[in-house]
Design a binder for this molecule. Structure first.
Ligand code: SF4
Length: 351
């Protein structure tokens, strides 16, 4: 029994079966989720006999680190091997006032966004809740800098809302004060626009931030960039769901917009984007496309990017240009890829 596979209630239930009192379950949970310990013999407030009993009945699994790369800008990319041999990547992005970890939710992706390498690889499998949480726990345990992990973004491999059950269970464990205990407003889930699941997430009470990967201002262009999802939920349907989304006070939806040279970066696009998002409590993150070998798109020049942003700002929309991080180790937006047959990911940095 890998204790990390257990939900909060299952954890209590397992220890009840061992005949342990409730407070003991929390002691054990603290070792795993707060102190990031993975060996029973390090749990000094448990008696020797209790530790011995646990050794015979349970274990605390950990993903295996296969490779760790560090970019010249401080970004770190981790390649993890899971218990069945599949591999995923996570990226730690340090900034002046924050440390953001981007985590994966699937091995591969069913969607086929043409600016993301994942689209060519298909879905190998969904991650389990504990495999999603484990990426955070591993980094918390091994974080070199004294600065704590401030933000977690679900923008790595895969479409988080296509793995709704495991992702929401992972979010519960990440935000539960007696488990990992991160504040929901420091967690951002990014979706390509799965409308029914956006509605469910809004009703879930999880209160994490929502980011929507928009990338186009017409259905014709979005059909070209994100064909699978836009055929199911075209722009009007997606934006209606965003308008209906029950945002907590003082929160906004993030719209991600990857700028592709000559495809979606014109002044007309910027004006259309203004009209589409009019009245929505939102911020726009403009992400100049990150080239990768053989990429079918190019990156617009700085002048085009700045002009696009200026139009949005003059139209009273909050719009940031997100600089690329970790390009030299292929850790930037759209560049993640494991070497075994799995998937790359879309990585954006958020404010
Ligand atoms: S951008 Fe996201 S949803 Fe689209 S193919 Fe890549 S991982 Fe999947």
């Amino acid at each position: 029994m890998n204790l990390k596979q257990l939900s909060f209630d299952e954890f209590d239930g397992f220890l009840r079966e061992l005949g342990w009192p409730k407070y003991r379950a929390q002691q054990l949970r603290d070792w795993i989720y707060k102190k990031h310990v993975s060996r029973f013999d390090a749990m000094t407030n448990l008696s020797k006999s209790d530790r011995a009993l646990l050794e015979t009945r349970a274990m605390i699994g950990e993903p295996e680190l296969v490779r760790q790369q560090r970019s010249t800008d401080g970004t770190q990319k981790f390649l993890f091997r899971l218990s069945d041999g599949q591999e995923i990547e996570s990226v730690l992005i340090p900034d002046e006032d924050r440390n953001t970890l981007c985590i994966s939710t699937q091995v591969g992706c069913t969607l086929d966004c043409t600016f993301c390498l994942t689209g060519t690889m298909g879905l190998l499998r969904n991650l389990k809740a504990h495999e999603i949480v484990d990426q955070v726990l591993w980094v918390l345990r091994h974080l070199e800098s004294r600065d704590p992990l401030t933000n977690v973004v679900l923008m790595g491999m895969g479409e988080p809302l296509a793995n709704y059950r495991e992702v929401t269970e992972a979010l519960k464990r990440l935000t539960h004060p007696k488990m990992v205990g991160l504040t929901p407003r420091r967690i951002t889930l990014s979706t390509s626009g799965l409308v029914p699941q956006i509605k469910r997430l809004g009703e879930s009470g999880l209160n994490v931030n929502l980011a929507v990967s928009l990338n186009a201002t017409t259905n014709a262009v979005r059909d070209r960039l994100m064909p699978a999802v836009n055929k199911l939920y075209p722009l009007e349907t997606l934006l209606r769901a965003c308008r209906d989304y029950p945002l907590p006070p003082r929160r906004r939806i993030f719209f991600e917009y990857v700028l592709l040279k000559g495809v979606n970066d014109s002044e007309a696009d910027a004006h259309r984007l203004l009209r589409l998002l009019k009245g929505l409590r939102c911020k726009v993150n403009l992400i100049p496309f990150n080239d990768y070998p053989g990429a079918p798109f190019g990156c617009p020049d700085d002048e085009t990017v700045l002009r696009f942003q200026k139009i949005l700002i003059e139209g009273h929309l909050t719009a940031f240009i997100r600089k690329s991080r970790g390009r030299d180790i292929l850790a930037a937006c759209g560049q993640l890829r494991t070497e075994t047959p799995s998937a790359p990911a879309l990585i954006n940095s958020l404010s």
